[in-house]
Each structure stands twice: as C-alpha cells, then as structure tokens.
Design a protein around this ligand. Sequence first.
Ligand SMILES: Nc1nc2c(ncn2[C@@H]2O[C@H](COP(=O)(O)O[C@H]3[C@@H](O)[C@H](n4cnc5c(=O)[nH]c(N)nc54)O[C@@H]3COP(=O)(O)O)[C@@H](O)[C@H]2O)c(=O)[nH]1
Length: 776
Amino acid sequence: MGLYSKLAAALADDARLARDIKRSLVDGLYQPFASLVVGAVSGAIVATAAAFWSNDLAISLAAGAVTIIGLARVLLAWIYFNRETERSDRYERWETYFSIGAYAFAASLGVLSFLITTRSSNLALQVITPTFTIGYAAGISGRNAGRPLLAIGQVLLSAMPLSAGLLASGDGERASLGILSLLFAYGMIDITLSTREIIVSALVTTREKEALAEQFRAQANLFDIALRNMSHGLCMFDVEGKLQVWNEQFVRISGISPNLVHADASAKSLFEISNAVIDATVCRRNPAEAEFTEATNALKSGNLIVKLPDDRIVSLMQRQTAEKGSVIIFEDITERRHSEARIQQMACYDDLTGLLNRSSFRSKVTESLKSSSREASGFAVHLLDLDHFKVINDTMGHPAGDRLLQLVADRLRAVSQASQTVARLGGDEFVIIQHSVTCPADAVELAQHILQELERPFEIDGMPVTVGASIGIALAPDHADDEDKLLKRADIALYAVKADGRSGFRIFQHEMELATRARHAVESDLRGALANGEFELHYQPIVDPATGNAVSCEALLRWKHPVAGYIPPSEFIPVAEDTGLILQLGEWVLHEACQEARHWPQDVSVAVNLSPRQFSEPQLAFQVVRALERSGLPPQRLELEITESVTLGATQKVVETISNLRRLGVRLSLDDFGTGYSSLSYLRKYAFDKLKIDRSFVTDLSKTAESIAIIRAIIGMGRSIGMVIVVEGVETEAQLATLREEGCDLVQGYYFSRPVPSQGIRAMLAAPGTLSKLAS
Ligand SMILES: Nc1nc2c(ncn2[C@@H]2O[C@H](COP(=O)(O)O[C@H]3[C@@H](O)[C@H](n4cnc5c(=O)[nH]c(N)nc54)O[C@@H]3COP(=O)(O)O)[C@@H](O)[C@H]2O)c(=O)[nH]1
C-alpha cells in the first residue's frame, strides 16, 4: 500500500475511533512529561550553541524561537497535567494546543537547521544541528504516531527545511545528505503510520479487555448480590464433589460451622459434619446403604429432604452443571412442614375433640369397604347421638357442652380398639367404624359397651352430668356397599332408636327403611295439607269428677289425609316438628281452638298443646294475642299445655316467652307429668296452673301399687303448691273411683269421651247431663 493510501486509511480509521481512545491518544502526546522537558531543554542547548557560535542574527532569532517555543510547550504540558477534569472533557482543545506548539517547535527547528546549513560555516554547528533535527524527527515519528497527521507534520516541518538547506548548499556531499534526509523523512512517515496502527490496535484491544473485565466485574458483583440475597442456601461442587461456590444462607441453613466451609471442602465431609439424616417419611430408606450414598442417590432423582440434629427440616434440590459438577439448593422447610401438618390436622380432624372429622371418616369408610371386599371381612358403622345434649348445652352453657363432647370423645377413644376409627360428624353426632365384624353380635357387644361407658356420669365444672346415647348400626357389606348408603342406613337405625324413646341401639333392618320412606311421604304430603284444609281439631272434655261438668276441653289435631284417611298426631306431629311445619300448624290450631271455644259455655276453657319447637319461636306470644283478639276469647279461657322438655331446655328466650304468656293472663298446664324429669324445681319456677299426670300411671293403676302411690304423691305435692291436678287416660269407672278417692281435681279420658269434632263437643257441652251421669 502506498504512503498516501496508508495515510488516507489511517485518517479514515482515526475518524471512526471511539472518543475514549482518541482521548488516550491525545493524552499520550503529553506523556511522558520528562520527554517534553528533555526535548525542549536539548533544543534550547542546540539553539544557544547555534546563536553563540554562528554570530548570525537570523540564526540567533531562529535559535531564540526554538528555545522559547520549547519552553512554552513545557509550560503547556505542565498546565495540562494540572487540569485533570478539563483535559479529559476537552481533549480536542488540548490536542489543538499541543499541535500548535509541536508544529511551531518543528518548524523553528527546521528553520534553524536550514539557516545553519546555508549561512554558517561552523563545522560543529553543521553537524550538531542537523543531527539533532534528524534525531528529533526520528523520535517524534514514533512518539506522536498516535496522531499521525501531527507526527507527519512535525517530521516534514523539521526535516524538509534541513533537506532544502543541504540541497541548496551546492556542495555534492551536502546535497546527497539532503536527499538522504528526504528519504529519511519518507521512512519516518511510513514508520509513523505503521506505529500508529500498532498503538491504536493495542489501545483498542486494551479497551476491549477493560470493557470485558468491567463486564465480568459487574456480572460477578451481580452474582454476588444474588447469592447473598437469595433466601435459599446454594453451593456448587465441581466434578470431583469439591466445593466451589456457596453463600451465607447455605452455612446458616446447614448449621455447619462457617470455618469448616471452605473452597475444595468435599461434599461428603460437609454432609457428615451437618449430621443430617434422610427424612424417612419422605424417602424410602435402604438400611444397607450408607447415609451419604443414599443421599447422593436420592439427590440424583432431583430432591431430598433431610432432618438436622436441631429438628429442622431441609429440602435439597440438585441440578447438574454442564461441566458435570452440581449445584445444590437448600431450603429450610421446617415452618412449611409445620404449617402443612397443621393444615392437614385441620382438614382431617375435628378441632374440638381431636377425633377424625366427617371427610376423614368418609375416606376411612371407603378404605374399609375396599379392604373388606379384598379380605372378605365385614365391618360395622355405629352412628351415635347423645341424648338430651341440647338440654345440657342450653342449661349449662356452650363451654360446658363443648367440655362434655370432649369427655365423650375420650371415652369413645378408650372403648374402641386401636384398629377402630372414631370420628365426630358434627354437633353431638359421633361415629365408630368397628372392623372385623363377623356377626351382628360383635356389633351388639361394642354398642352395649359404648352405652355402658356413656351412661356413667361425667364431671363438668365440678358437677356430675349424666347423658345417654342412641346408636344406629349398619353392617358392611350386608347393609350397603357404599359409604353414603351405609351412613344413611346407620342413620335410619338411629332414628328408630330415637323413635323408641332413645338410650339404646338398633341394627338397621330393611323395614326401618320402609318406615323412613313412609315418613318422607308424610313429610311431603304434610307440606300441602294445611293449604288443602286437611286438618281439623277434635276436642276432649276435662271433667270435674265431683260435679261431672266439663271445665275445659283439650284441642287435639287430626289430619284427614285424602288417601290414607285419618293419620294420628303421633305420626305427623314429630315430622312437623322436625321440618319446622309445626310453627304454621301450631298457629292454625291456636286460631281454630280459640274460635271454637267462643261457641262453648263461658265457664269452659280450651286447652291447646304447644310443641317445644313453638317455644323457640319469638313470635309465639304475639300469635297467642292475635288468636285471642281475632276470636274475642278472654285470655283466662285459654290454657296452654306444654311438656317438661320445654322447661328442661329453658333458655332465656323460653323463660321470657313463658312469662310473657303468663302476663297475657292465659293459663299454663304441665303436660305428661311423670314421664320425663318431673322436677319440682321447674314446677315452682314457672308456677304452672295445672299439672297433668300422664295416662300411663292410670293404665297401671290396677296392676301396680306403685302407680297409686305416685299419683297420691303428685296430688299431695301439687296441692301443697296450689296447683290443679288433672289425671289423663281415665278409661274405666274403677279408675275414676280410685282417682276420686285420692282427691284428684280433674280427670280426662275415654271413659267420659273420646276426642270429638266441634259439633260433637258443642252438643256435649250443651247437655252437661251426659258427663255428670258418668261421673256420679
Ligand atoms: N303440639 C301439638 N301436639 C298435639 C296436638 N294435637 C295432639 N297433639 C299431641 O299428639 C299426641 C297424640 O295425641 P292424640 O292421638 O290426639 O291422643 C290424645 C288423646 O286422644 C289421648 N287420650 C285421651 N284419653 C285417653 C284415654 O283414656 N286412653 C288413651 N289410650 N288415650 C287417651 O291422649 C292424647 C292427649 O294426650 P295429652 O296431649 O298428653 O293430653 C299427644 O301427645 C298430643 O299432645 C296439637 O295440636 N299440637
């Protein structure tokens, strides 16, 4: 490539150079400072010598210029070194300043050489000055090669006048020196351009390296930040299992002393130091394998859970690196495990009793069904309901109710063997799965055992509390082969126990299901019966045995089913109570009875039965007022009959309802006395007007001496607290005679009349002779 093309290429390349490289090249012009000083001082020495020895004004002027310019350049360099910020921000300006000084110095040196070769005859000067100039040009071509135009300019400005002077001398030897000097300048320019290429490429390479190093440093820094700030522990092992990289979290999570964690520590030694053991609940253990080998194998499949000596649980996850090493991520999952266990506990167990809950029970039944079909063995489901739990809950408060449920759960746990499953389905409903039941007798035995255990009094708040239980039993696979059906059939059996008066157990029988279906049919028909006018009230007189006059009549509900005919209240009242229909029905009875009583003699009252469910209805007192208002019946002519179960579970609401009713002026009778708790304290507390002794005592009058004794005692007690005693179920003259002898206030029963429709009772009341004839 020719010199010109080289120069053009260099200049074009120069234009493309990045600013910082150009800045470095300009900076290079001022470096080293000493070289500038040496150049200026040597130039000044040569110039002084020339001025002194030549005794020529022009030479002296040129020598002065060399000296002054040289010194000015030193001053410029000094200023440059003292303006640190300015010199890098405004390097173009500093390049210009330097170029002016450099061109001026080269030109003055060239002029001095020209003048000496043409005007001085001093041999020493003719040697020293050109030599210095050529030396200067040679040095400058290398020193300033980074700025080629400047270096070439300096070479030309210093060497060309020297060549011109030598050529102009007319002397052949000097002329050849002049030509040599020209060739020298050409060579220097070529060297400048080549050197420039080397310098620039070195600078570019350095710059790229620095950029790479910076990039690497930034990445390393980011990596370090990421390592330090990750919540997980991390360590990286090389192909030989030697530690290469780790973070603080690794040290913290692994519990290994920090001074034992160092580069090249082996994975095996770290594992051993940590004293970690593989969590057997997660990994299948192979006792033959050493812990570390087993851990390594487990990690190969991706994940490993270990337990540390301080009971922390750590999860390890391994990834292989491209270099066949491995990166292991550590996570302390102790908290997560505990939360999972808590969630699991909450999902599967009943919070109050710690027994399995309904959903776990269902899964257990499913499991039991599967295993029973595999092993051809049977099992029993005992569905258990506490008797009168509501009463205890209402009277003693919910905390006491909760305590009772916990104590019941404890006893159930104690009676059931380890293989049996005990669960609480909700409220006071418990269930037990009894495994390996070969015959119904096995289930009977357990049910009896449970009942015995639950009959023993519990101690709550220092007080003995007695509850019974009812148990419905279904046998698998005989009664059902799916959990829904099994539970449903246990429930049907339980319902049968309750219908029989509770406190016992029954094993499911298919007839029970028929009864349940019939009950469901009643339930669905009952919903439309009121609207269809299928109900009517019959009335039964309550008679004064002394006069034979009816003092009141009890209203008794009858359902005239369009297909089934008369359905007795014992069949539909419990269904109406369960479904809540009793609330509407009860209101209708109240209205109907009050309206009817308006047609009776004024001294005859009407007695209306109220179900316990009606008492939980805040509107009851209002309904009574409305019935009285609409019928115009005076409140004193209305008697409300309630059973003991209402008073037993007396909540504040019930107490308020009873006192509201009393304030209205209506009278209250306690019905079926003697069949329940027969508590004297209730009689006093609610100040009933009447007490009705249950008809079962009258039935037994002729059979047991006890019945008469009880009736006598109740009559005596009632009298003492000013209550009217009514005895129900009088069917014979003999019974009437006995009761009259005992001083019974009022009697009721078939002996006088069965319950009759309104026309019948009206006729009876209009002709009192009918009843008195019987009474006499
Ligand atoms: N909440 C409501 N309950 C009601 C209502 N109407 C009735 N009932 C309750 O239904 C139960 C059964 O009643 P019923 O079949 O009508 O039987 C009553 C009488 O017929 C019967 N009785 C009367 N005298 C005799 C007799 O000499 N022998 C005999 N075997 N039975 C007789 O007793 C029933 C009345 O009992 P009681 O209520 O205890 O006074 C029954 O519990 C009714 O309370 C209603 O409208 N609401």
